[in-house]
Design a protein around this ligand. Structure first.
Ligand SMILES: Nc1ncnc2c1ncn2[C@@H]1O[C@H](COP(=O)(O)OP(=O)(O)OP(=O)(O)O)[C@@H](O)[C@H]1O
Ligand SMILES: Nc1ncnc2c1ncn2[C@@H]1O[C@H](COP(=O)(O)OP(=O)(O)OP(=O)(O)O)[C@@H](O)[C@H]1O
Ligand SMILES: [Mg+2]
Ligand SMILES: [Mg+2]
Lengths: 257, 257
């Protein structure tokens, strides 16, 4: 069975998609077989690996609504070993369509349990909310990676997300859900704010915070316009090295050793 | 009747809250009477003006659910002429509670039409989604200001938002809704990406793009941790000057002259 990792934070613009794409790519470069799933109707994850939402006929929305099997919507990406279950235009309607549906929280979990066994990791990019798409992601996940932008508003919302994760675990939706780790993103240690938030996060959350920090690095913001993960766009950039560091740390946490 | 301006973009982290707070403050400093409304369950707008969600007993959620009148939840802020209808913990449940309610899209519009006549401007901070809270905002608004972060993913989502605004206008939810303007935010003209996106936005959207650009300025990210708009935290910063420029431009567009 694959290890399923959700990348989630209801705060917007903290680096969820950037982390989902580049962690998945870095894991594939470490010879893991990886499925990336775009659960955000914005479809940034899909376009960030060169498969924009508007060009995808089928995707994860078909699986969540029961129209297609997961294996029928998965496509390869430019990176060896990295596959994608893409966003399509239909994804924006899924939350409303699932309101009265059976097993609505477990649609993704069911599909991954039965049809993703050939992967070592499944990485889920979640939208900036705690709605039904994110709930599907958290119900299907073994662990959640929480990108934390090194700024004030992001710190403020973290408590609410940790409470939601706890409710999903204790409320029975997913008894095994753990926090894989908190990832400091867009870190600029030249600013007092950047240093303060990093220090505060490590003090408050201790070992839950990954050693790996993702620096603010313009190459990470440029890569999506070429539809490439950072390792394919600029493999020697600070952004690429940071996501490789994260992948190695996650492998150590997940696989032991 | 006040001019109601919604600050909206479903893309996360593009500067909606920063724009709502600092535009509202800048308008108040130009001797307008302003009501700021926090429609985002995250409550960043409320804490950004020193009234964090956890400390507010009543707020806009009570008005949307019909429990209180608007005048009973409005509170003054540190800035003369700037009032707030705050977020409370209950706001996170409002979208679900309105699913089957009467006039669910028009709750905010009704409250503002009947109880906000003493204000010159009402500024609405919307969450990063196109759900019922944002729909309430767009249905109540005369104009929408769209913050556009000068980066790739933000440009990608803009078409979808403009389509949604058009649907709200042509579909009858709000026949008078216009785009007040597209605001370039977090602009760093030292990077090629920043220059490219600004140039592209002005080419494609022309006069719809405000002249005022908001530069990336660390003082704007620091101010919320003190619960102050930029003009109260660092009135001579580039961020404060840029939001003043925006307020003057909006006044010229809205009031003529
Ligand atoms: N470390 C970084 N350095 C520089 N830019 C970054 C970095 N990480 C992300 N970005 C850029 O910041 C913006 C926000 O990141 P991203 O879109 O990944 O966040 P998100 O949390 O997925 O947003 P949303 O809430 O809309 O889903 C994007 O334009 C992205 O390219
Ligand atoms: N011009 C700027 N320069 C530097 N930092 C900025 C600027 N504008 C906003 N920020 C910071 O960037 C982050 C994102 O901004 P903000 O929270 O206002 O975006 P948002 O669109 O409201 O996010 P959400 O989608 O979560 O509601 C915040 O930490 C904010 O302080
Ligand atoms: Mg994203
Ligand atoms: Mg906001």
């Amino acid at each position: 069975m694959p290890r399923v990792i959700a990348i989630s934070n209801q705060k917007g613009g903290v680096g969820k998609t950037t982390t989902a794409i580049n962690l998945a790519a870095a894991l594939a470069l470490e010879d893991r077989s990886v499925l990336l799933v775009d659960l955000d109707p914005q479809g940034n994850c899909s376009s960030g690996v060169g498969l924009p939402k508007s060009e995808n006929k089928h995707g994860i929305a078909d699986v969540l609504l029961g129209f297609r099997e997961l294996r029928d919507v998965v496509v390869p990406t430019e990176v060896d070993g990295l596959h994608l279950a893409a966003a399509t235009r239909e994804l924006v309607g899924v939350e409303v369509e699932l309101v009265d549906a059976d097993e609505r929280e477990f649609r993704l979990r069911g599909a991954l349990r039965s049809q993703a066994s050939q992967y070592d990791y499944v990485v889920l990019d979640c939208p900036p909310s705690l709605g039904m798409l994110t709930v599907n992601g958290l119900a299907a996940a073994d662990g959640v990676v929480i990108p934390l932008q090194a700024e004030y508003y992001a710190m403020e919302g973290l408590g609410e997300l940790l409470r939601a994760v706890k409710q999903i675990r204790k409320g029975g939706l997913n008894r095994d859900l753990k926090t894989s780790g908190i990832l400091l993103t867009m870190v600029d240690r030249r600013t007092r704010l950047g240093r303060d938030v990093c220090e505060q996060a490590r003090q408050v959350f201790g070992a839950d915070v990954f050693d790996a920090e993702i620096p603010r690095n313009i190459r990470l913001a440029e890569a999506p316009s070429f539809g490439k993960p950072i390792h394919a766009y600029d493999p020697l950039s600070r952004g690429a090295l940071a996501y490789t560091h994260l992948a190695l740390e996650l492998i150590a946490r997940e696989e032991g050793g």
